[in-house]
Each structure stands twice: as C-alpha cells, then as structure tokens.
Design a protein around this ligand. Structure first.
Ligand code: NAD
Length: 264
C-alpha cells in the first residue's frame, strides 16, 4: 500500500474528482478528511471510505471562509494528529451554461469575485491553514487542481481560466517556499473529466443527449474519450505517495493528450 498510515485532507472531496481521490487514497491505506459544502454527498463518501476499512472525517466548510477553514483544520488535527497530504480540489464554474460568462464584456463583477474566491483564494487560504502543521512535522504533499483552460483557453470562461492560471503560479511559489521544509507542491491539470461539474449544463438533457455531449467533445482528444475521476485519482496517488519523492513544482496534465489533437 502506497499511503499506509497517512492522513489526507481533500477539499471538495464529496463528489466528482475529489471523491475519486478520497476512495483511491483510502484503498491505499490512508485516513481521509473531507472539507466540503455538500453535506449529503460528503456523508455518502465518508460511508464508502469506512466500508473500505479506513477512517474518514467530514467537516462542513466553505473554502472561501478563513474562519471555517481554521476550525476545520483544528478538527482534523484533533482527530488524526497530523495532515500529510492536502488536495486543494474544491472548485467550480458556477453557471457553466450561461453565455454571458464567455466574454469579459458581460461577466458580472460579482461572478468574477466569486469564481476567483473559490478556485484561487480557496487554495491560498486552505494551504495557509494547513502548512504550519506540515512544517511542524517537516513532511507534506500538497496537490493543487488547476485546469487545461488555464493555458489553453477555449474562451468559455475567462474568469475561471484566470483563477486556474493563478493556481499554477501559486503552485510554483509554494513549491519554492516549502521545499526546504520537505513539503512538495504540485498540480494536476485536468482536461475534460466526466463529473457533476457539468450538471448545470446537462440537467435538462436526456441520457442520450448527455452521451452525445461528451462524445462530441471527445473527437478532438487524442485518446478519444472524456476522462474519469479515477483517471485523475491515479495521478493524485502518484503525487501523494513516495513515488514522487523528488517531484515538486510540477504541473501534470491529465487530458487524454489535449491540447494536442489526433492526426487522423
Ligand atoms: N470536471 C472537469 O472537466 C474539470 C476540468 C478541469 C478542472 N477541474 C477542476 O477539478 C476540481 C474538481 O472538479 P469536479 O469535476 O470534481 O467538480 P464537481 O462539481 O463534481 O465537484 C466539486 C466539489 O467541490 C465542492 N465545492 C464547490 N465549492 C466549494 C466551496 N466553496 N467550498 C468547499 N467545497 C466546494 C462541491 O460541493 C463538490 O463536492 C475543480 O477544482 C475543478 O475546477 C474539473
């Protein structure tokens, strides 16, 4: 087992990619704390972690709120005594279907602020709350979640892409600052991953239309399919484990080959 006796904190671990990582880490011997705003989903994920035979802890927490974050980290430390692995995964593209969000001419200022707060400031605030405990143990593995949109914008959401580009910059800075404390800081850059992230855009569609949505978008992907939470979780496992002991300040794409395109 790659994570035996380790403790991970995963923000946004209730659903989607975060849930995939929570279960993968638990299968590898890790205790997992989840900080999320989605109570029902989080409780289900904790049940699944416990079924695997590992300890889980859910703390309801919005990553944009430094007070909630510091209470949440306190609870995790009280239960587990340490945090070895932090995954800054909580993120969203709030109104994914709204055409107004495609252009800087029409993005409302408050939407900009909300998206930056969840996707970028949340990563900063959560890291700020956790890093002192990692420094104390002189051990830590931090994994940030950015997006292919940060470097290859499809122009669907400039504020989301900007936030995710910020996460990349923060990853490089944190890696330099924390390397001397034996804390690695890396990022995963997902492409099209089939999760509830796309629910706002798909909720009115039939099952057939949902399949078509991903099929259509897979045509330009070298591997010809959307990714899964499991695909991302496997890379997160590498970054969370000693397999990546000498890897820091790396941004790993999990995109099926994008932005390169198949040469039929
Ligand atoms: N799915 C994709 O195609 C894709 C592509 C690139 C990047 N990403 C990134 O991957 C990460 C996970 O996305 P996903 O696809 O699993 O999405 P998802 O919507 O399925 O899950 C996101 C989770 O984050 C939680 N969350 C949202 N806002 C929060 C907040 N303020 N505080 C705490 N928790 C919050 C949600 O409740 C949910 O459990 C996000 O950072 C997303 O931006 C996803």
């Amino acid at each position: 087992m790659l994570l035996l006796n380790r403790v991970a904190l995963i923000t946004g671990g209730a659903k989607g990619i975060g849930k995939g990582m929570a279960l993968k880490f638990a299968e590898e011997g890790c205790s997992v704390a989840i900080a999320d705003i989605s109570v029902k989903d989080a409780n289900e994920t904790i049940n699944e972690i416990e079924k695997i035979g590992r300890e889980g802890l859910f703390v309801e927490c919005n990553v944009t709120d430094s007070g909630q974050l510091s209470d949440m980290v306190k609870q995790v430390i009280e239960k587990f005594g340490k945090i070895d692995i932090l995954v800054n995964n909580a993120g969203t593209l709030l109104h994914v279907a709204d055409p107004n969000l495609k252009s800087i001419a029409t993005i409302p200022e408050n939407e900009w602020d909300k998206l930056l707060a969840i996707n970028l400031k949340g990563t900063f605030l959560t890291s700020k709350a956790v890093v002192p405990f990692m420094k104390e143990k002189r051990y830590g593995k931090i994994i940030n979640i950015t997006s292919l949109g940060a470097v290859y914008p499809p122009a669907v959401a400039p504020h989301y892409n900007s936030a995710k580009a910020g996460v990349m910059g923060l990853t490089y800075d944190m890696a330099c600052e924390l390397g001397p404390f034996n804390i690695t800081v890396n990022a995963i850059m997902p492409g099209l991953i089939r999760t509830s992230f796309y629910e706002p855009v798909l909720k009115t569609k039939t099952d057939e239309e949902k399949e078509e949505f991903f099929k259509e978008r897979s045509k330009n992907i070298p591997l010809q399919r959307a990714g899964t939470a499991e695909d991302v979780a496997c890379v997160a496992l590498f970054l969370a484990s000693e397999l990546s002991a000498y890897v820091t300040a790396a941004i790993l794409p999990v995109t099926g080959g994008l932005p390169f395109q198949p040469n039929f």
